[in-house]
Design a protein around this ligand. Structure first.
Ligand code: NAP
Length: 292
């Protein structure tokens, strides 16, 4: 079994590392805040590297899950970054939601070392990782993607090759445009029903049971119905980051994104009301007027 360097142990990265371990892969861990790598290491008994370069130097596959463009650049291209330690036979897989241009920039630097990088962003949140049911949008050479498919299938129910490197990131922004649109629409619909006198759980019964009852509407039910107890699966600051990337890509390629632009303004207002670290479903909390 190849050794996997898991770089970035946030909500998604930690859940992914546990799945890789469960599938029998040896891991080496790195996270900027060592408390998170130590916590996962204590659970699965994997070594912790002191830099991304060291983690990469000990692995056949580098798998990264990082917050945003800056994090990806820093962890790969910075001093002691992945690029300075990666071995020539190693495949780097980045699963972060980032700008396709940054994927290409970082991927080109990885290629220059003799190693190779593909982008594999994912659709689905932490519980979906835990169930091994993500959708992976893979960008890169077919044979490279095929060679790491067994690893990807330990966190995913399907791996779809969407094109060359960068296409995964572009497709991820497109699908997140859909998900974030749904999140804002669901928030508005729920608050509309409540303010018009329909009980929250009854309105949700109708939404979940009707034609709009997408998987997202189903699995976010607890969070929308009981926001005070909601586990943060995807924080609002990352939603804002996504919507900035989505509207930016739209502008670059000439795709109209009026709905996403409005969604971004609503999410920013929710963040300004004190909900930056709250779950994405807290858009409804903000619209209800219940922000702290
Ligand atoms: P998270 O819990 O906030 O974790 C972010 C990770 O990025 C942490 O490991 C953090 O390190 C690291 N990081 C941030 N800035 C950094 C920097 N400058 N240098 C080094 N490391 C840095 O986020 P998440 O929810 O796991 O999401 C990770 C990625 O997956 C994001 O791109 C997100 O958009 C995407 N995604 C998330 C979901 C979801 O439902 N959560 C679903 C699909 C895709 P520290 O611990 O040191 O802060």
């Amino acid at each position: 079994m190849p050794t996997v360097a898991m770089v970035g142990l946030g909500r998604m990265g930690s859940a992914m590392a546990r799945r890789f371990h469960g599938a029998g892969y040896d891991l080496v861990l790195w996270n900027r805040d060592p408390a998170k790598s130590e916590a996962v290491a204590a659970d699965i008994g994997a070594p912790v590297a002191s830099t991304p370069a060291e983690a990469a130097s000990r692995a056949d596959i580098v798998f990264s899950s990082l917050a945003d463009d800056d994090a990806l650049r820093e962890v790969y291209l910075g001093g002691d970054g992945v690029v300075s330690g990666i071995q020539t036979h190693t495949i780097a897989i980045d699963s972060s939601t980032v700008d396709p241009q940054v994927v290409i920039e970082v991927g080109t630097a990885v290629d220059a070392t003799g190693a190779v990088m593909i982008d594999c962003p994912v659709s689905g949140s932490v519980p979906v990782v835990e169930a091994g049911a993500l959708t992976v949008m893979a960008g890169g050479p077919e044979e490279v993607i095929a060679s790491v498919e067994p690893l990807l299938l330990s966190i995913a129910k399907q791996v779809i090759r969407v094109g060359d490197r960068g296409a995964g990131a572009a497709c991820k922004l497109a699908v997140n445009g859909l998900v974030h649109g749904l999140n804002v629409a669901l928030s508005e619909a729920l608050v509309l029903a409540e303010k018009a006198g329909v009980r929250r759980d009854i309105a949700y019964d109708v939404f979940a049971g009707g034609v709009g009852g997408a998987p997202f509407v189903q699995y976010k039910r607890e969070a929308f119905e009981h926001p005070e107890d909601a586990t943060v699966a995807f924080s609002l600051d990352l939603v804002a980051k996504d919507l900035e990337l989505i509207t930016g890509l739209g502008q670059r390629v000439g795709a109209p994104m009026a709905q996403a632009q409005t969604g971004l303004e609503i999410v920013k207002a929710a963040i300004d009301s004190g909900l930056r670290d709250a779950d994405m479903s807290a858009v409804a909390v903000y619209l209800r007027g219940d922000s702290a």
